[in-house]
Write a protein that binds this ligand. Sequence first.
Ligand code: COA
Ligand code: AMP
Length: 637
Amino acid sequence: MQTNYKDVYANWQQDPEAFWQKAAENIDWVEPATQIFNPEKGAYGRWFDGAVCNTCANCVDRHVEAGRGDKLAIIYDSPVTEQVQKYTYNDLLQEVGALASVMQDNGVVKGDRVIIYLPMVPQAVFSMLACARIGAIHSVVFGGFAAQELATRIEDAGANFIISASCGIEPARVVPYKPLLDEAIKLSSHKPSNCLILQREQHPCELIAGRDSDYLEAVGTAKTAGRVSDCVPVAATDPLYILYTSGTTGQPKGVVRDNGGHMVALSWTMDNHYDIKPDDVFWAASDVGWVVGHSYICYAPLLHGCTTVVYEGKPVGTPDAGAFWRVIHDHKVAALFTAPTAFRAIKKVDPTGELIKQYDLSSLRTLFLAGERSDTTTIEWAESHLKCPVIDHWWQTETGWPISGIPVGIGLLPVKYGSPGVPMPGYDIQVLDDEGHPLPPGQLGNIVCKLPLPPSAFPTLWNAEERFLKAYLSEFPGYYATADAGIIDEDGYLFIMARTDDIINVAGHRLSTGAMEEVLGTHPDIAETAVVGLADSLKGQLPVGFYVTNDGCTKAPEALQAELVQFVRDAIGPVAAFKMAIEVERLPKTRSGKVLRGTIQKIGDGTEWKMPAAIDDPEILIEIEAAMKSAGVLDKE
Ligand code: COA
Ligand code: AMP
């Protein structure tokens, strides 16, 4: 067994196929791969070509068959409904097997797309696994998205079956999901045939006869009858899921994940990156709607046979800033994985960590942070209060697992504040200038990964191969363009500094400013807009919209601004956190007409900025600065 990072990374470099073949021994295959890596298939090759497998069998059945059926698989901890429910692997098999039978009764077969639009309830995990069981391709949609976003996903995926709930529960309000679902189906030109609805007592909904059925009733009947559908064998290269993520336009990108490579890579990370043993409790405090939730609430912990926590609550306010500590204490969590913003939220309410003292956190071995840049203050605060290593690691929806990190399981490397660690085996990371020339250590440039990407990374975008090639593989031939800019230092540590596109990061959520501009542009009074992400001490960034009205617009700015905020909330959803629109006379542009968003952002963030040489009219930046001042944007703490 290798015991340190350098050896393991060198091992991978020497023979990537042998490395992943060895890692694949952790997975049960129906048929092994005929080729560990086939460079002839797909845009950059495919992993585990010829292999046949089933992801659900690996996450559920094999643990039961191995005699671990009584082991806890899922702890559902829901402070918003004041419940805790526990499911063993035996229970999980029953739940998933019965749900899969119900789906088959509804005509869902291998290759069909299924939308899952559920809050953080265990049924969300059952639904993902049930799809995997019958070879259906799931697409989970985060509950904070609006009907239009849901509609786009139903339509793009061509989903015939939807699993949803009557409502979600936010600390201050119940969010009725059913009207959003009905509206989305109305908006989508593709109409799903059936919906399975989880009725929640906090806000039951009406079901549409002929289309909707009651989740608990249907699955309950199947369970009573002891129905457990068989696992359907799929090719390792078949899609397991599509997860839509923000791109540079209003049309989200459908990141495709396959079955075989995904299992191999995730299973490797549980031992080697997260240092988790099958008897441990692993808690990713994220949402199943995000990639972190897919990989580390659902698939990885269950592949590994350990216990995963499904937490329906927030870091603060459910009921207080001690919520995370209570969960760690109650369930003896060994590793917590969350976004730095959650810790900033806790620190803001309980700066001296008084609530931490009320709980026994001795089970906690490591805190993992990802989703956005970790600031040193947050890391130091967490280290001093939790008394365990705090590991920042960097990844993307596109990869499904960390690109860089500190692999705790193979020997803890020193942590450098501000750095999400070193490249994981599988990733040859380089920094290139805009012309594609390699940059020396310490110089800021485009972060790229040399092809091929490792197992689990996306082979394509759903129904959008051209967009996939253009967005990711064409800018730097032979490399995957991450769209993150950063540095690799002399010791090989990465520093992720910024996105090179218009994506912003709000509370660890990835959002497109381009998509918000498209929405604002549909308002009849708006001539043009620019949305930028400005630094925020809690959420990392917050979107701020600048707009120019059409000639003759007589609406009062306050009324118009409220309408614009509502427009984004209705079209994208509350998750966009779009709360500020600022009227300006003109937008600053280059002489060729490109809006200078980068400069607006620097002014708003109060960072140093230079007058762009190609600016059309320098006066406009003075006007923008004045508009920000009067809107209070420049008076941040
Ligand atoms: N369903 C419906 N609405 C939702 C929702 C969901 N699943 N999740 C969030 N929302 C709503 C919120 O209620 C809020 O609405 P509001 O504008 O009416 O207040 C809005 O979307 C923004 O939500 P959020 O970004 O969560 O902000 P918040 O102020 O409620 O909470 C934090 C702030 C920092 C506590 C919270 O963002 C958090 O816990 N972040 C952790 C980040 C994370 O899990 N990232 C995943 C990657 S690891
Ligand atoms: P998502 O696809 O939603 O996981 O978002 C991916 C993006 O989030 C990356 O491209 C980065 O810009 C950002 N990101 C994720 N993790 C980190 C991290 N540890 N440090 C800095 N940025 C991060």
